[in-house]
Design a protein around this ligand. Structure first.
Ligand SMILES: Cc1ncc(C[n+]2csc(CCOP(=O)(O)OP(=O)(O)O)c2C)c(N)n1
Length: 300
């Protein structure tokens, strides 16, 4: 389905300031490619904003508005409500409202506003770009940072293994709002990602996409490993690709056998301090969570 709408058009221009190997820049490009022109982008502070819209320049060729972390979903809701009125008065066809935020902006700072927008049923798409920390401010931990990862505010050392808490399950939180569409995606699987964007904007009501974006700067990995690491996150079951449409769960990629997580860990500096025992503990959690997720799938 996707190949038909992938054109040479780019609404996210090159020449932005993302780090080499940035998975988030790749994801943003794929998302807006699938969205077309009739959209309004609401952008929280975070890497997505600072790389693409430093005054007086912009990489966006579509209507775009800056927001704070805590009010991204509120501003998106307000714009969507105003557009409804404009459409009702017959002034123009309604544009689709899209919100972009990082994992800090979504699972920590903007969670209350997001929950409100999903609960009120606004017709908008909220996209979380999850690079697993507060990256643009210097790699501070977020509630989406995985257990055992080094960050500047969860440093590893004699007294600490790094991040001490398990990653917050933001997709499950979005699903708990009974929204019509939720999906996880990763730019290592571009057609799957763009298909999901198309589906997300075709529903009437709120939709949520949680996109896994590799960050070589913060993950302390080689910049040419972005695509490989995204695939490994899926193949190990660390970041399963799935969608939930009107309450029905469907796996997008289901490897016949999960790759051991150590293959994913060993090429990232942020996990290099972990002992075999801790890796084993994380492996058990990943395998268990994956199994529980698969049990929710239709027809299994
Ligand atoms: C209310 C509020 N708290 C903290 C900050 C400082 N701040 C600016 S960017 C940022 C990190 C954002 O992390 P995330 O949303 O994950 O985006 P990323 O930089 O990783 O893309 C923080 C904490 C702020 N601007 N506003």
């Amino acid at each position: 389905m996707t190949r038909r709408f992938v054109t040479g058009d780019e609404n996210f221009s090159p020449g932005h300031r993302a780090c080499i190997g940035c998975g988030e820049a790749l994801a943003m490009r794929q998302v807006v490619k699938a969205l077309g022109d009739n959209i309004i982008l609401v952008n929280a502070t975070g890497c997505s904003e600072i790389i693409a819209s430093a005054l007086p320049t912009t990489s966006w060729k579509i209507p775009w508005i800056h927001t704070l972390f805590e009010n991204t979903a509120s501003i998106a809701s307000g714009i969507e409500s105003a557009l409804k009125v404009v459409e009702r008065k017959g002034k123009r066809k309604k544009a689709k409202v899209i919100a972009f935020a990082g994992d800090g902006g979504t699972s920590d700072i903007g969670l209350q506003a997001l929950s409100g927008a999903l609960e009120r049923g606004h017709d908008l798409l909220y996209v979380c770009f999850d690079n697993e920390a507060y990256m643009n401010t210097g790699i501070q931990r977020s509630s989406s940072t995985p257990y055992g990862a080094w960050t500047t505010t969860a440093p590893s050392g004699k007294m600490s293994i790094g991040q001490k808490t398990w990653k917050k399950n933001m997709p499950a939180i979005a699903i708990a709002h009974d929204i019509p569409y939720m999906a996880t995606a990763c730019p290592s699987y571009p057609f799957d990602l763009m298909d999901k964007v198309k589906k997300a904007v075709s529903v009437d009501g709120p939709s949520y996409l949680h996109i896994y974006v590799v960050c070589p700067t913060g993950w302390r990995c080689k910049t040419n490993l972005t695509i490989r690491l995204g695939k490994l996150a899926v193949e190990t079951g660390i970041f399963p690709l799935y969608e939930v449409e009107e309450g029905k769960y469907k796996m997008s990629v289901d490897p016949p056998e999960l790759t051991p997580i150590k293959d994913y860990f060993k090429i990232q500096g942020r996990f290099k301090h972990l002992s075999d025992e801790v890796i084993e503990e994380i492996q058990k959690k990943v395998t268990g969570d994956y199994q529980r997720l698969k049990e929710k799938m239709e027809g299994l």
